[in-house]
Design a protein. Structure first.
Length: 241
């Protein structure tokens, strides 16, 4: 928790003449403005303020995945200190770790991080996106494509389980005997376990016929159910883009 007097100290950053000029320019949303001479610490403090001044989501383009990984915690700390942006709305969009002509699949962790970032983008859950040059330059599908990869499940609704499991397989989930890792699912009679890469735990969906009776998180180590949920977007793609 950041104390109010700390926020007041960092609020002075917005009153410098240089930042006020940049802020006015960003609010217009036209043309370019070059800002130079900032240290790494200064960038982590001013970038959230600039994002707030822009009044729309912004993309910060960096050299590579290593630079993105280094910037993310610093930028989130700057968001905490200034209060300009919710740190949870700072998202990293990593580049693939293989080249297109290498005929290799990207690492599953990279695919999962990209899928989570794209989902947050299409649902409006991003204020600052950190993207390596390769990631920012890669052509993507339109918003509707990524939005269509998700299925929202609610307790009490009726769902065709066969259609749901087919959808999971089509968007990149792997069917396993036990769900232990993100991107996996399994079905045992009227029980469907799914582990979305966005969640800290997998979810267990119990059906009564085609009706969703319960949705609960469970421990992948013990396979024991935990807290109950009313709704989950648990079927997003873990491996697309």
């Amino acid at each position: 928790m950041i104390l109010p007097f700390v926020r007041e100290i960092f609020a002075e950053l917005e009153h410098s003449s240089g930042f006020e000029r940049v802020s006015r320019h960003l609010s217009l949303g036209t043309g370019r403005r070059r800002v130079s001479g900032l240290t790494a610490t200064a960038r982590s403090l001013y970038l959230p303020l600039m994002a707030r001044a822009a009044k729309q989501p912004v993309i910060i383009v960096v050299a590579d995945n290593k630079a993105a990984e280094a910037l993310e915690p610093m930028l989130k700390a700057g968001c905490e200190l200034t209060g300009a942006v919710d740190p949870a709305r700072v998202v990293r969009f990593p580049a693939h770790d293989v080249l297109p002509f290498e005929n290799l699949s990207p690492h599953p962790d990279v695919q999962e991080q990209r899928a989570a970032a794209l989902w947050k983008l299409v649902t409006g859950a991003v204020d600052i996106l950190i993207a390596p040059v390769e990631s920012a330059a890669l052509k993507l599908f339109d918003r509707e494509y990524y939005a269509g990869l998700a299925v929202t499940l609610r307790r009490g609704e009726e769902v065709d389980v066969e259609v749901l499991t087919s959808h999971l397989a089509s968007v990149g989930y792997t069917q396993m005997d036990l769900v232990e890792m993100p991107g996996q699912f399994t079905r045992r009679g009227g029980i469907l376990d799914v582990y979305s890469p966005e969640f800290d735990r997998p979810v267990r969906i119990e059906f009564f016929g085609d009706e969703i009776e319960t949705i609960r998180k469970f421990d992948p180590g013990t396979q024991r159910s935990q807290s109950g949920l009313d709704e989950r977007n648990c079927c997003r793609s873990p491996r697309r883009q």
